[in-house]
Design a protein. Structure first.
Length: 229
């Protein structure tokens, strides 16, 4: 069925105000460890989408298909999308969410009444003294989080879901960078044993990160894991 046919169906349906916007996308080039996977329509030798999903998982396929503009060719490397590295965007974003959840699990040793349920935890952290967060990395994370509502609106208006995927990768990158800074500089860690107020402020920041990562991943139809090994 052509796009014009689908539009005609929409016009005669019970939803006259419904609009259909057809986006033409470029081809997907399937690779394995950098080498093209040879396919031929003539010989009937091809790889189906189901086979790709079975090999690398639904989350990897969905995220990577959206991690580019619709008018750009996608090089989908079957080996790369299952790597546990920064070069694999879906892993890097999901790992950011899982890493945030690990902060909460570790924090319960020092904040035993910290709720495990996200909404309850957000409420418990609502009174945190965020003004104490003055490190450049923390301020950068807060600025990034503040962009999210407008970014989602802009992506919807432009029909460009790749903007959300790009944003999630950038947010995860900022979060991982701040985590690494805390590894080298103990005073920047998310949990400060002798400063409960600072700990609560940083936990509130982490809550913001995991909330936005989970929201964005859910919007793309991708899972937000609690743990990754």
């Amino acid at each position: 069925m052509t796009s014009n046919s689908v539009k005609a169906v929409g016009r005669i349906s019970n939803a006259p105000s419904a609009e259909l916007d057809v986006k033409i996308v470029q081809l997907v080039r399937l690779l394995r460890a950098g080498e093209p996977v040879k396919m031929s329509k003539r010989s009937g030798d091809f790889v189906t989408l189901r086979e790709v999903v079975d090999e690398v998982g639904r989350d990897a396929v969905r995220f990577m298909m959206l991690y580019r503009k619709n008018d750009a060719v996608l090089d989908f490397d079957l080996a790369k999308v299952i790597e546990k590295s920064r070069d694999n965007p879906v892993f890097y974003v999901q790992y950011g969410h899982a890493r945030g959840q690990s902060v909460f699990r570790n924090a319960r040793e020092f904040v035993p009444n910290l709720p495990s349920e996200p909404l309850a935890r957000s409420s418990a952290l609502a009174a945190a003294e965020l003004e104490r967060l003055d490190d450049p990395g923390e301020l950068g994370l807060m600025r990034r989080l503040a962009l999210y509502p407008r970014l989602v609106e802009a992506a919807a208006m432009a029909h460009e879901p790749h903007r959300i995927a790009f944003y999630l990768y950038d947010l995860a990158s900022d979060f991982h960078a701040q985590w690494n800074r805390g590894t080298d500089l103990p005073h920047l860690r998310f949990i400060i044993q002798n400063d409960p107020q600072m700990t609560m402020a940083r936990l509130a920041l982490v809550q913001g990160v995991v909330t936005v990562l989970a929201s964005g991943l859910n919007m793309l139809g991708v899972g937000a894991p609690e743990e990754m090994r």
